[in-house]
Design a protein around this ligand. Sequence first.
Ligand code: ZN
Length: 634
Amino acid sequence: MADIQKEILRLLNTDKVSDIAYEGANIVLYTKNKDYFLNHNGDIKQVVNEIKKRVELRAHPEIVMDAKDAESLIKSIIPEDAGLAQVIFDKERSRVIIEAEKPGIAIGKQGMILREIKEKTLWVPHVRRTPPIRSPLIENIRAILYMKSDYRRKFLDKTGHRIYDGWIRGKKHEWIRLTYLGSGRQVGRSCILLQTPESNVLLDCGINPAISSNTEEAFPYLDAPEFDINKLDAVIVSHAHLDHTGFVPYLFKYGYRGPVYCTAPTRDVMALTLLDYVKIQRMNGLDPVYEPEMIKETILHTICLNYEEVTDVTPDVRITLYNAGHILGSAMVHIHVGNGLHNLLYSADSKFGPTYLLDPAVIKFPRLETLMLESTYGGKENIQPSKKICEMQLADKIKETIARRGRVLIPVLGVGRAQEVMMILTEMAANGEFDTSIPVYVDGIVWDITAIHSAYPEFLNSRIRKLIFHKNENPFLSEMFKRVGSSKERQHITEEGGPCVVLATSGMLSGGPSVEYLKSFASSERNTLIFVSYQGEGSLGRRIQRGEKEFTFSSGKKQEMVQVNLEIMTIEGLSGHSDRKQLMSFVYKCTPSPKKIIINHGETSRGLDLASSIYKQFRTETVCPRNLESVRLK
Ligand code: ZN
């Protein structure tokens, strides 16, 4: 038994605990004594105070009520208006998951209903929201986790051993270093290795979505001398965009079986975008770099964290995720190393400004010495117009195009701007500025991801949350949005020719449905192509933005050429990234002030420009590492 487990049993001083297990950083005790399970309260609280770790007591699977009986009892206890959808038993861990449309009602005043379920059945109940839009893909993700609950239990226990077996450890020569395996002076393939004498942790592991071939520069430098997959302890995923997640399943292909930490919406969106990535690779005639089976493995090894929930990931690394304001579930990662040795914040992609759906990035942290800051829009010239102006520009351009009976194509990343644009359209419709008889087509994966948004209102800003909770108005459910599910439906839209608005992936026109629409829309001057997100160097999107007037694509063995005659517009202020002003203001307001700032995730000129401006204005040490460079923090 590990030291920390012995310590807990010594503090509890009871013979009523029969088993002790880890669930990641959480410590779970099991008892076969019903009275002790129901009346232990004070004891466990005291232990938690003493050792400062999360400890939970559960009834041993031997003494809980039979699952069938418990299910009927739960159904009779939960009020009808909670909209109970399903009851799922996690038998290995004596937990029951209750899915309801209105979790608040299922939980009851101050948890009254849950307490009753616990007392009568001895199962520990967890309530979860049923997504108001059904998505078979989301249901699949959840099924993976339930089906393999025995494996999950063992995996979580193993993860706990890795964290705690080195508990109470004093290292004399402590050091910390970061090595850039990607996203050094570039946007794309974010992947940074954090190392201490004890730990190897990856911050993100993404691909470069602007490169549509499977060449070296599309992937992070996992062949760097510092990186050894057999020593990798944990992967932390900041958010679900492919340039931060796209290479995680590759780690599993080569034997990694450790934890992947992220928020719950990130897990769900990531599963969808990764599956879509493999599909698009196949469509483009490439051999996918991993099979969908590896995406399942990735999901099976996720450990979901809420914002501001502190968790140990190794004996000397403790992380906390904070709202990044970038997309649903996006996080900045605060990392505490050693016992007060060093604190760093990995901003990943963040937006220090409000958007339709999200609150601005958090700026207050318990402690902070080093800040790793993105610089996608870090150049002096990257000043975005206000959100209001951008929304007006978008609305005007859509109205103008529809008035000349043209079609509007908005290439999107699936998650983020797609839903922002949908919200702007619902508002336009509410103000009578958009004729709701004009169809707004939401293609495939964008639709599924929108469904995930409505399943996690607690990750959205208070305005949208209020609409969903109090007014029963879910803007994502508006009837103006039409789902496009198959290539047949897509063909129907392109052939029909009437005015419409289309939201489709990929966001940089590097493959996927957006390119299919573009082929059909490109030749007519009546149509409009609107860019609302970052276009990576080398992508078709960037080339068209720069004024290329034709592009070729292969259909079968032939090469076909398409003339670009449609109107092209770029709206930068709708971006989910801070612009130059917001980056500077984030640095200014960040509390406490960091002593060192590492600039990453930006093209060379923008990164260097931001680094030198920060140094000039704040006299803070800055560095802008290239890929394969390491930065020593301690
Ligand atoms: Zn992103």
